[in-house]
Design a protein around this ligand. Sequence first.
Ligand SMILES: N[C@@H](CCC(=O)N[C@@H](CS)C(=O)NCC(=O)O)C(=O)O
Length: 207
Amino acid sequence: MIKLHHLNNSRSQRILWLLEELGVPYEIAKYQRMSPIPLAPPELKNVHPLGKSPVIEDNGRTIAESGAIVEYLIDTYGKGRLKPGPGSADYWKYVEWMHFAEGSAMLPLLLALYASMLGDAAAPLKPRIDSEIANHLLYMDGALGRNDFFVGNSLSGVDIMLIFVCEAAGRRLEPYRNLMRYRDAIHARPAYRAALEKGGPYQLMSR
Ligand SMILES: N[C@@H](CCC(=O)N[C@@H](CS)C(=O)NCC(=O)O)C(=O)O
């Protein structure tokens, strides 16, 4: 059975949601962030050398990186759902957005979080970080437009990846009407709500 190594308040929520959308059986190993600095507990290093979450184990494989896990689960259990077929008009759009989530959009959001810990020392960086966050959110908002999903007319792995970007943006999402509507619609999905119940309280730090 699939085993998800789940850290509270983390990207692992993506995987819980996907597992619920797929409707496949799975088990959860839960880890709590430490205090006062909310890093992962050291036990996660027994699962994967990076000591981060999410990680899954399935059929003798251990897979880290939420994007890779999403691809693996969709390819293995999706029965053709949640991803455009290779060669289809939307396929490369799908690939581009999948990489965008962690490769581009998350970076300025993480920089904002770290810079906030520096206080005044981060002041010279702040305008660039803020404008890069706005740059990425504006791009997402424009690409989504009035659509319900980022690729094609149905839920895909891209939505699993990008909802975390919307959540990590926190109050910075508010000026982006399309993204706000999208976030609320995703949050109302039964599978998303079931994932929240399985994973426990979910609150991201954002700055
Ligand atoms: N790019 C990785 C990032 C993994 C990652 O940084 N996970 C965070 C949680 S969102 C984590 O485990 N942080 C705890 C720590 O670094 O101690 C992915 O998409 O899975």
